[in-house]
Design a binder for this molecule. Structure first.
Ligand code: ACO
Ligand code: KIV
Ligand code: MG
Length: 522
């Protein structure tokens, strides 16, 4: 491997899983390990086999699938843990045993109650034992960043002498800062004999929000393996985020002059998978993979973006696996973006109509947080978006239970106030309601995505449902609100049906797809 290549050591399945609320089942771990292989990480730390029989089984199953990356397991410095790791990972062609022991004064005195010499002896014994079982052995002096520098160098030298092939320097409690970490790595490189014979690694936590910055400082000072997790999940505030680290190295290639082997187009789908499995939602403003990372609402930015994306984006969304940037219309948007959206929706307005529509749009945007294509269409067509027909929902009834198919009966009123009631059955109540709507209106939508947000708090909270549906090969997004989520979903679908029918009535291209639907799915 050339000296410019950084190995990506993914520990989502070990350190990531250690975070409260992030436990994964064996099936989930297997699914994720496949995604990590597709992402082309170099090493997967699959778990801590001594933690539980389930963790042992998961590490073994991942190793036995043997998909390409090196499979690693973590062990304390004792023979039982080490042998368990070996038994779990040995099925993989490339496998690694990772042993650790804390070295800082705080951990030595308060946790382990061991003297400095005892720690070195324990580490050396464990590394030698692991090397008898495996050629690839990593050693981590836990809490390295709070360890006395000279003593840390002594520990690292002893680890190399004992046979460690990778030495990892953890900032276990996210305490260090970039300039200090840079010094630490340069100190080790200067004072540890034979350090150039091993891979020097870094493992940072995010307690002060500097995990990525500290990892990059270590890389700039000579580390060639970075330990990180998808979405930065991990103990407390998390670990160094894999997607941020990888994209920083790639985007600032001019500065770092380094590379990783990651297929960056798999970053977004893998991030979604981790959020989905763990239930740890990604904040909207999260770097690289957050919903706003490639979204622009401000008119000046949108105007710049429409002429050249590089004005306000330093990465291409396609390189991360996101289909395209998102120009979100809102109260900060300007005429350029509005005109483009109107045209994408298939409308041709003269200057007078455009001015009227834009003024109406600004007035509505002042009152409404999210502006959707349905709102813009309603402004252009001069109708009230919430209640515009041709169909309105008069009432609905739903029956469902664990032992029976669900049944939904939907009563709609058309513009002449004639009533149409249709009932349908399906596995779930939502599906039954969609079926009934399709039969009543003649527009059968295919549901792709159903998102529920609580719009208000309390026992009578309003549920706001957003549906993404397909019709005639195009995608549409609709919204509905109610205290009953099935009713909210039905209203969301009816909104789309009404838009399709209104466009049809006015001879507009009903196939113009919603332009705000552009995210890649898993
Ligand atoms: C910074 C990190 O992320 S370190 C990794 C953290 N990960 C985990 O802890 C994985 C999940 N852990 C577990 O399932 C359990 O803690 C187990 C199975 C590993 C151990 O459980 P128990 O035997 O009940 O011990 P417990 O967790 O209460 O205490 C830790 C013990 O390990 C010892 N220990 C801690 N680190 C090390 C080490 N690196 N090498 C050897 N012993 C260690 C402690 O001194 C303590 O020993 P004691 O039982 O003799 O007092
Ligand atoms: C086990 C080590 C590498 C660790 O997770 C830490 O110190 O944070
Ligand atoms: Mg850690």
């Amino acid at each position: 491997m050339n000296d410019q290549r950084i190995k990506i050591f993914d520990t989502t399945l070990r350190d990531g899983e250690q975070a409260p609320g992030c436990s994964m089942t064996l099936r989930e771990k297997l699914r994720l390990s496949k995604a990590l292989s597709d992402l082309r990480v170099d090493i997967i730390e699959a778990g801590f086999p001594a933690a539980s029989p389930g963790d042992f089984e998961a590490v073994k199953a991942i190793a036995d699938e043997n998909r390409g990356p090196t499979i690693c397991g973590l062990a304390r410095c004792n023979p039982e843990d080490i042998e368990k790791v070996h038994a779990a990972v040995k099925g993989a062609d490339n496998h690694r045993i990772h042993v650790f022991v804390a070295t800082s004064a705080i951990h030595r005195e308060h946790k382990l109650k061991m003297a400095k010499e005892e720690i070195i002896k324990t580490a050396v014994g464990a590394i030698r034992h692991a090397r008898e079982l495996c050629d690839d052995v990593e050693f981590s002096p836990e809490d390295a960043s709070r360890t006395e520098l000279a003593y840390l160098a002594e520990v690292v030298s002893a680890a190399i002498e004992a046979g460690a092939t990778t030495v990892n320097i953890p900032d276990t409690v996210g305490y260090t800062v970039p300039a200090e970490f840079d010094k630490l790595f340069r100190y080790l490189k200067k004072h540890v004999a034979r350090i150039e014979e091993i891979t020097l690694s870094v493992h940072c936590h995010n307690d002060l929000g500097m995990a990525v910055a500290n990892s990059l400082a270590a890389v700039a000072a000579g580390a060639r393996q970075v330990e990180c997790t998808i979405n930065g999940i991990g103990e407390r505030a998390g670990n160094c985020s894999l997607e941020e680290l990888v994209m920083a190295v790639r985007t600032r290639g001019d500065f770092f002059d380094l590379e990783t082997g990651i297929d960056t187009t798999r970053l977004y789908p893998t991030s979604r998978m981790v959020a989905n499995i763990t239930g740890m939602q990604i904040p909207r403003n999260k770097a690289i993979v957050g919903e706003n990372a490639f979204a622009h609402e401000a008119g000046i930015h949108q105007h710049g973006m429409m002429q050249h994306a590089s004005t306000y984006e330093i990465m291409r969304p396609e390189d991360i696996g996101i289909s395209k940037s998102n120009l979100v219309l809102g109260k900060h948007s300007g005429r350029h973006a509005f005109r483009e959206r109107v045209s994408n929706l298939g409308f041709m307005l003269d200057e007078f109509e455009m001015n009227r529509a834009f003024q109406e749009f600004k007035k509505l945007a002042d009152k409404k947080k999210d502006m959707y294509d349905g709102d813009i269409e309603a402004i252009i067509l001069n109708v009230d978006s919430a209640s515009s027909g041709p169909w309105t929902l008069k009432s609905m009834e739903v029956q469902s239970g664990t032992e029976q198919a669900a049944r939904a009966s939907v009563s709609l009123l058309n513009e002449e106030s004639a009533e149409c009631t249709v009932a349908a059955t399906a596995e779930g109540p939502m599906e039954a309601a969609f079926k009934a709507l399709g039969q009543a209106t003649g527009i059968a939508l295919v549901l792709r995505k159903f998102e529920l947000h609580s719009a208000t708090a309390g026992d009578d909270a309003q549920g706001e449902v957003t549906v993404m549906v397909d019709y005639n090969g195009k995608s549409w997004r609709g919204h509905g609100t109610s205290v009953d989520i099935v009713e909210a979903g039905t209203r969301a679908c009816l909104e789309v049906i009404n838009r399709i029918l209104r466009r049809r009535e006015r001879g507009l291209d009903e196939e113009a797809a919603n332009s705000d639907i552009n995210r890649a799915s898993i």
